[in-house]
Each structure stands twice: as structure tokens, then as C-alpha cells.
Ligand binder design. Sequence first.
Ligand code: C2E
Ligand code: CA
Ligand code: CA
Length: 691
Amino acid sequence: MTKQPLFFVVDDDSVTRLMLCRFLEQLGYATLGLNNGKEALAALDNGLPDIVLMDAKMPVMNGFETLAVMKSRPDTKNIPVLMITGLNDDASVDDAYGAGAADFIPKPIHWAILRNRVRYLLKDIEAERKINLASIVFDNTSEGIVVTNSEGIIQSVNPAFSIITGYFPEEVLGKSMNMVSSGRHNKAFYKKFWDSLMVSGRWQGEFWNRRKDGSVFPQWVTISAVNGADGKCTNYVGVFSDLSALKESEANLLYLSGHDTLTDLPNRHLFQERLALALTEAKECNGRVGVMLLDLDRFKVVNETLGHDKGDQLLVQVGKRLTKCLTQPATLGRMGGDEFGVILPRMKHSQDAARIAQEMLESLKKPFPIDGEEMEFFIGASIGIGLAPSDGEDVKTLLKSADAAMYHAKEQGRNNFQYYRDDLNTASMARMLMESSLRSALDKEEFVLYYQPQMDVATGKLVGAEALIRWQHSMQGLIAPGEFITLAEETGLIVPMGEWALRTACKQMKKWSKAGLPPIRVAVNLSGIQFKQPDFTDLVLKIIKETGIKHRWLELELTESIAMGDAEETFRKLNTLSEYDIPLAIDDFGTGFSSLSYLKRFPFGTLKIDRSFVRNCTTDAEDAALVRTIIGLANSLGLTVIAEGVEEQDHLEFLREHGCKEIQGYLYGRPMPAKDFATFIKNNPVMKDEN
Ligand code: C2E
Ligand code: CA
Ligand code: CA
């Protein structure tokens, strides 16, 4: 007890009163002497005593009457009263107890007994105080409190428990704690929980429980075991605070982290959440939801060649353009990497998705400027569309359908959109199979190189060959590179595959030379990813050394994308190769961000005009002009021009007329296996090696 206990000493006998007061003061208590009951009741108004010592027999108002009044007042009814009665006055003792006295003490006073009775009373008071304090806390704290017995049967709950859970005490008392369990925690969780409780008598942590209305909510829980005198657990006291509010702010954080920091668009997590919401809504009103997945074509190559910084810039620009295409309520999210997603929550017509997809493709058609790059960049996209409920009623299925549709779009030649069709899952299965068999194709030596002749226009003589890879699949037969190069680039397999192609082409040259055939130049295609490898030049030089061919017989074909990215490094690598006398060709010229003025800084010796221009050069005036211009520019820069895809005599005439030096195409020969190409060399005049 913190403050000094106060005693009212009520006795009409002034000597007894004084002696009692002095005795109590000696024990360290405060006292107030009062003449009779009336005075005592009046004194209560100035402050309540902790204990009242009161003579039973007094004039004006006796002890029993006074006690009765005190018992009737709520503020005084719990104050213990020690009644002083005459010795052997059994009736008085009975009356005293009957009136609610805490105890009695006979006259003449036995001081030792008084001291003990007082001490007992004070101990009780203190214990009760503590209980009172506990019950005030119990009743008023904002934390929910549950007391259970050792079996987990609820014995007592506080008001906060009811507020938090929605259960009134009468609904839970006598019931097991299981009734509020959420079902969110597994066996392992409960095992840990009980282990901790058994060993340390305490457990603390986050716990999910269920409210009366069925909602599940998180709590921070402290559970303590209460042990009886025998050391066995008698009760558990659980104190829990509702974490919902806390969780709400956490949810805000999650919302922030629910956004992609680069593009500021919802990330995959948030996207899926919104999709789930849209699907639930749609179910209720029999509505439709559209989901589109958009994947940038060849972005990986861009990223690898340009560097991730530039790749990021491009993604930000793409995100902005796509956002502008959304006219109706929709969510655009970044699913990761170069994949974007769109949710069309309340779709009226399935064509709505097509319209938006078309707009998105259009919006990406304009070139993208990239900081620090002189050229503008072009990028396309493939879009897959899935519709709920027909293509899936839940998030997972619907996204899977959209994904399958997107791969279908890629297969359809990219830069287009496709709706999901039932047979597409089979197609995406096929793609997965392809990927896994591609991984083992190198080990199984399933790749082969075909060689296509390149002729000198002026003399009609054979000047070289382009090595083109094929996949001799055990089940599917010969597969063209168009079907697996992108996959190889996406999976990184292009690096070992490209190395294989380089080595195989060089070995082949050596074989032909050993067979006595005149040497010709062989061009090998390189992926930007291969070229980006730090040890790329070393690898090329090593392979040449290994196979013992002359550097000038191995030509490397690079696309314009290689010229972008880390210009410094590109420049260094190309120069090294060029210093070693290795010829370099720009492939597919005209399809990328063709800038001759830029490219001329690099040591290219040959420029290959893409087949798509050559094909129409005699029928389409624009293409004709383009081909003429390219040849003119290239010649003025001292580059040898090779036209690809020459199928007809007309093409040849046109190209010859405009100064194209070399041609490659079905007109002279299709790509063929090495053995056939050896025959081709034997049967055709070969341009003499002047060096
Ligand atoms: P590319 O470098 O443009 O190769 C020329 C493509 O045009 C070859 O297709 C060739 O067969 C085809 N072609 C040649 N003349 C004609 C013609 O007169 N008419 C028609 N319609 N087509 C003609 P292919 O062999 O299917 O190769 C496709 C692409 O695959 C190549 O295009 C090249 O980019 C890539 N590729 C091939 N081999 C490799 C390789 O070893 N490594 C890398 N990274 N890419 C390769
Ligand atoms: Ca090529
Ligand atoms: Ca080409």
C-alpha cells in the first residue's frame, strides 16, 4: 500500500478512543478519533478511511446503526469495520457479523489480537485493491483480454474483447478458444505455439482470429500461463490488440510497394488483386472482364545491347504511351520485365479489347528517342487477350489464357494481338517442350549449318557463303532458325549456340581447304547478346587460331542494334576484330534504326540490304528508291553492298544497274548442307583470292 492507511476510531469512551489511536499510530497508521456514529458518518464526507474501528454501544447513534448506513452507501459499503463489543456478549458478536462487520474485537482490548486483526484486514484490503485495479484495467483497456482454464475454455473476457470480436461474454463463456480461430494457421504453427507456452509459460506473436461476422483479423497476442500453488497451469491469460488498424497502414505501404517504381504502374501483385476484384464484381452481375498481356518484341535483345539504363528508359516511355490508350476504366500494370497487363473490368463487347490492343500497337509504332543515342528506336509488341468468364473465371486461369494468346501472337509474327483460343494451351505446351528440348539440342549435336552462296554481280563468280543454322530435331525434322533464335536469345542459349556456329563454320572452311577446294569467305550470323559478351573478341580469335583458318575468311554479320548501347565498347570490339583483318558486315540493313552516318564510324566493310526491300524493288517505287539510295550511300562510304533474297533475274538486273556488288538468293542457290556446298564450289567459278 503506498499511502498510510487511515483508521476511523469511533468510541464514546474517550480513554479507549485515545489509547486505540495511539496504538494504531505506533503501528504506523493514521487515525481520526470520533465520538459516535453520527460524527463518523459526517466525517466520511471529508474523506474515506481504510478501516473503521467502532464501538458497538454508543449514544446518539450506535455501532450497528452506523454500520447499516455505511453498508447502504456504495462508496462506503466495502470499507471494513472492526466492531468493538463487550466480552462474552454473544448476541453483539452475532449482530456485528450479521450487520456486515469485517471482524470484532472484545473489550477489554487485547492489544496483540487487535494488531493481528488489523494486519489481516489491511492485507485483505491490499489484495482487493490489486484485484480492483486489475479489474479496472481489465474493463477499460483497449486490448482484448481472455482468461481461459488450462483446457482453453473461456472463463472471462473483457469489454474490449467484445468490441474487437463482436462476441458478447455470454456467447463465449464456457466455450473453447477454437470458436474464434481463423483457420489460417497450420498444425506446425500451433505446435510451435504450444511448445513455447509449455516451456516458457509465454507466447507472443501475430495471430489471426475470426470475428463473429466471419471476417478474419490479425492480432498481436501475448499469452501467459498462470500457475497454481502446485506449479501446475490453472489458467491462460491472453491479451491481444487488434492489428487491423496497423495492418491498414501496412496495406498503404503495400500499395506503395504495389507500384512498380520504374514506371509507377501497379505491379504484378496489385494487378492480380485488382483482377480478382474485377472478377468478383463481374460474377455478381454476370459481367465480362478482359485481360490483356502485352510483351515487347525482342526487348531482351535491346536490353542486352543497349544496356539496362536505356532499356529502363524505353519501358517508362512505353508505359506512358500505353496509359494514353486507355479511354475506359482500366488498369494498366507492369507484370515484370517487358511485360505489361491491362484489366478491362466492365467490358461490354469483346471487341473493346481488340480496339484497345490495336491502339496500343499503333501507339508503339512511332520511334522512341533514347538519351545519348543518335538514333531513334523502334519497338513492337505482341498482345494476348483473355476474357472472363469464357477463358477463365479466376485470376490464374485467365492470366494463363492471356499468356497463351500472347505467345500465339508472337508466333504469328509479332506486332499483333490475338484472342485466346482453346487450342492455345496446347501451343504453349509445345513452346515449353521446345524450350526444354532446345536446351539439350547442343549436347545432342542436333544443330547443323547450311551454306548459301554469295555471288559477285559483275563476274557471276562465287565470292562467299552465309552460314545459316538449322535444328535437326529428332521428332520434328529440320527446324528453321526463325523458330528458335528468339527463344535461344531469351534463354541465353544463344551464347553457346553462337559459339558452336562460329567454330563449326571455321572447321568447315578448314575441311574444304584440306579437300583442295579454293578458299571462300564464310559469313556467320551473330546475335547482339553474343557480341555483348565481354570475352567475345577473344573467343573469335581463339576459334580462328584453333581451326587454323585465315582471319579474312571469316566474316561476322551483325545487325544494326549492335551499334547501339555502350558505343565505346562496341567501337573497341569492332576495331579489334577489324585490326585482325576480320571482315564485318551490317545485316538486315533498312529494318532497324538505319543510320549510315552513324554506322560509318564503325569499321564495317559490307552492308547487306534486307530481303524485304529487295523483294519489291522492281514492283514498288518506294522500295526501289530506297534500295537505290542505300546502294548509293554505301558505295560513297566505301562499303560493299550485298543484296539478300534475290529470287528473280529482274532483281539481279535492277541491282546490277544501280551498282550493287554482290548478291545472295534463291536465284543462285538455297542454303544447303556442307556436302552439297562443296559440290557447288566445284561446279562454279570462284573469285580468286588476290591476297
Ligand atoms: P538472315 O541473316 O537475314 O539470313 C537470310 C535469310 O534469308 C535466311 O533464312 C535465308 O535462308 C533466307 N533467304 C536467302 N535467300 C532467300 C531468297 O531468295 N528468298 C527467300 N524467301 N529467303 C531467302 P534462314 O536461314 O531461315 O535464317 C533466318 C534468320 O535466322 C537469319 O536471317 C538470321 O538472322 C538467323 N540466323 C540464322 N543462322 C543464325 C546463327 O547461326 N546465329 C544467329 N544469331 N542467327 C542466325
Ligand atoms: Ca545474315
Ligand atoms: Ca539478313
